[in-house]
Design a protein around this ligand. Structure first.
Ligand code: GLU
Length: 413
């Protein structure tokens, strides 16, 4: 797999060059402000002890506290977390949120762990990063394999150690403890709004466009539901165990039921069973990579048949693949725009926590729609004006905003 940190730095270097950024800003912004590596000892259910490695990277805080998810995955590395934190900085800036970028992760396979083991891991990891997180410092959220329950444990651990209730230390919490309406669906909803914004901008009807979704976690699942209800035809879906494809369409509700009952979409009967890789190369109007980084690289970009790629995952398309797709006329709706719905509603959740005043789901969704539309319009306008890709445009807007903030603040000491 290509190194995501190299990819992220290359993207930055190229955008900095086009923007003509001053040298000191280039040197500063191409590195994370701070990374922390911690050992997370966990007593396992069988009485043995395991020591996991945890990370938190805060890429930049020029525009506000660091913001970004925490993932639990067996392949988590420091470089991955650094890349994801840099992408969070750009994502928050494209959406004009008052945040910098952060990301964390623990190298573990939660699918082989009990609930108790995951809880102990979460609480110990939280206590190890306690000093550097907080509502005004760095605000974690769900990411790959983490959810509202994990956020609740983080909030509780942080609150116990602080001697007071601190709901604003994490977002993506359950509603009962200060979560926001609409947060669970927000990443998928943002992906859905991005596609609608694109078709509207191109004055194209939605029709019965076909969609393939690679990855059926939180983002993929909600995107599938919303797109189906808007008239799109979901023809293929994959998860970590494989994929199913039916060119006549898959019943998303039924698929969700099958996944809940059997742990995988591959047990859905009304479709052809294929591999998780093959699904990427099937016919569809839209391909939504919603799993991990580098799903599409120089090795397979020429095999993609979809006309539009909408990135629900972070970093699913490598830089070489980007070039190949561009040459082939395939449109990429970039991650830092397309999957920003999650962090936008995280921002709303944090605001509601600060005010102890809560909004309705309709209010949340309307505000999300407006913010996604404003960002989309900015990105597509600059792309057309400069004849650059949507990713280049989004990066330029974001980097310029972060650079301006850094410049006005100046360098300490
Ligand atoms: N993990 C999500 C992302 O990559 C959400 C981050 C957040 O809500 O802070 O955008």
């Amino acid at each position: 797999m290509e190194n995501p940190w190299k990819i992220a730095q290359q993207q930055f270097d190229r955008s900095a060059e086009i923007l003509g950024l001053e040298d000191w800003l280039r040197l500063k912004l191409r590195e994370p402000r701070r990374v922390i590596i911690v050992s997370v000892p966990v007593k396992m259910d069988d009485g043995t002890l395991k020591v996991f490695t945890g990370y938190r990277s805060q890429h930049n805080t020029a525009r506000g506290p660091a913001k970004g998810g925490i993932r639990y995955h067996q392949d988590v590395t420091l470089d991955e977390v650094k890349a994801l934190s840099m992408w969070m900085t750009w994502k928050c800036a494209v959406l004009n949120l008052p945040y910098g970028g952060g990301k964390g992760g623990v190298r573990c396979n939660p699918k082989t762990m009990s609930t108790g083991e995951i809880e102990r891991l979460t609480r110990r990891y939280t206590s190890e990063i306690f000093d550097i997180i907080g509502p005004e410092k760095d605000i974690p959220a769900p990411d790959v394999n983490t959810d509202g329950q994990v956020m609740a444990w983080i909030m509780d651990t942080y609150s116990v150690l602080s001697g007071k209730n601190v709901p604003g230390v994490v977002t993506g919490k359950p509603l009962d403890i200060g979560g926001s309406e609409g947060r669970n669906a927000a990443t998928g909803r943002g992906v859905y709004f991005t596609l609608l914004n694109y078709f509207r901008n191109k004055k194209q009807s939605i029709g019965a466009r076909s969609v393939i979704i690679q990855g059926f976690g939180n983002a993929g699942r909600y995107a599938a539901m919303l797109l189906e209800s808007a008239g799109f035809k979901v023809v293929g879906v994959s998860d970590s165990k494989g994929a199913v494809y039916n060119q006549n369409g898959i019943d998303v509700k039924d698929l969700i039921r099958v996944k809940a009952e059997t742990t995988s979409v591959v047990n859905y009967k009304e479709a052809e069973k294929i591999s998780g890789e093959e699904i990427l190369y099937k016919d569809a109007d839209v391909l939504i990579p919603a799993a991990l980084e580098s799903a599409i690289t120089y090795a397979n970009a020429d095999r993609i048949r979809a006309k539009i790629i909408c990135e629900a995952a972070n970093g699913p398309v490598s830089n070489e693949a980007d070039k190949i797709l561009q040459e082939r006329g395939i449109i990429v709706l970039p991650d830092i725009l397309a999957n920003a719905g999650g962090v936008v509603v995280s921002y709303f959740e944090w605001l509601q926590n600060m005010q102890s005043y809560y909004w309705t789901e309709q209010q949340v969704n309307e505000k999300l729609e407006l913010m996604m539309k404003t960002a989309f319009d900015n990105v597509i306008t600059l792309a057309e004006e400069k004849n650059i890709t949507l990713r280049e445009s989004a990066l330029m807007i974001a980097i310029k905003r972060v650079a301006e903030a850094s410049k006005i603040k100046g360098l300490y000491p």
